[in-house]
Design a protein around this ligand. Structure first.
Ligand code: NAP
Length: 263
């Protein structure tokens, strides 16, 4: 199936690793013009090299800490200078804090809100003028299975990732008349740095191996294993494509069946 990415200009934020990286690589392989951004200059340069080696198409790069005020405006200013318009935005920045409720400070709450929600708000707001100039414009945010099924010991991201569902639905309604689609992909447990770091930490605390920790958490997943970044990226890429022209306001779980609710 031709997804229609030839010449399509896509910005992927949080793209040096994990789901953002897999998305950017898949987009490049589909023929898109891709601009990738994240914080570490060496990390984003290495990601561009890997994508160029794998696809023959080198993405443009930008360095940005999207949690910092003004960073999204500067990043989208860079996109404006380069392309003058944007066809699709993917925001793959976010994460959780594993902690019980009472151990979380105001700073933890505000920091995680900025990481998961405010950074997306600022990025979308800065991107909208460029998306209006784009073709079949699309926005995809990264939520979490926890948006729909709160995980124990992760209250702060349970709250903030659920907020992204509301943001997605509201923006989809607000911008549908302009032809801008807004969707969210909600991964379950996906083997990226986020989980390898977490498993290593938990393994050290419990004096077991990281593989044991991963196996324990995989046991709760109906499909019996963690997802891969590529499996999540496939949904992000499809939703970003003109093939998904009639899909907006949706949060789609890619979670091996872990979220068992009906909605
Ligand atoms: N992996 C999972 O199991 C899982 C489950 C549910 C939801 N998700 C969601 O899926 C999304 C991607 O997760 P992932 O597992 O792919 O994460 P990851 O492997 O940790 O990769 C995160 C990417 O974002 C960049 N990044 C981090 N903070 C940033 C910032 N402030 N500004 C700009 N770039 C930043 C990182 O590069 P630098 O460090 O160089 O900036 C890296 O490229 C997140 O929203 C996460 O909450 C993941």
């Amino acid at each position: 199936m031709d997804l229609g990415f030839a010449g399509r200009r896509v910005l992927v934020v949080g793209a040096s690793a994990g789901i953002g990286f897999a998305t950017a690589q898949m987009l490049a392989a589909e023929g898109a013009e891709v601009l990738i951004a994240s914080r570490d200059p060496a990390g984003i340069a290495a990601a561009a090299e890997r994508i160029a080696a794998a696809t023959g198409r080198r993405p443009a790069t930008a360095v940005a800490d999207i949690t910092v005020e003004g960073a999204a405006d500067a990043l989208l200013g860079h996109v404006a200078t380069r392309w003058g318009a944007l066809d699709a935005l993917v925001d793959a920045v976010g994460g959780s804090i594993r902690s019980g409720f009472e151990a979380l400070s105001d700073a933890d709450w505000i920091g995680n809100y900025t990481f998961n929600v405010l950074s997306a708000v600022r990025t979308v707001r800065a991107a909208l003028p460029l998306l209006r100039q784009g073709a079949a414009p699309s926005i995809v945010l990264l939520g979490a299975a926890a948006s729909r099924m709160p995980y124990p010991n992760q209250v702060v991201s349970n709250v903030h990732k659920a907020g992204l569902l509301g943001l997605t639905k509201t923006l989809a309604g607000e911008y549908a008349a302009e032809g801008i689609r807004v969707n969210c992909v909600a991964p379950g447990r996906t083997l990226t740095r986020l989980w390898t770091d977490r498993a290593a930490k938990m393994a050290a605390e419990r004096n077991v191996s990281a593989e044991d920790v991963i196996a324990e958490f995989a046991h709760e997943i109906p499909l019996g294993r963690f997802g891969t970044p590529e499996e999540v990226a496939a949904m992000v890429v499809w939703l970003s494509s003109p093939r998904a022209a009639y899909v907006t306001g949706q949060t789609v779980n890619v979670d091996g069946g872990i979220a068992r609710g009906l909605l």
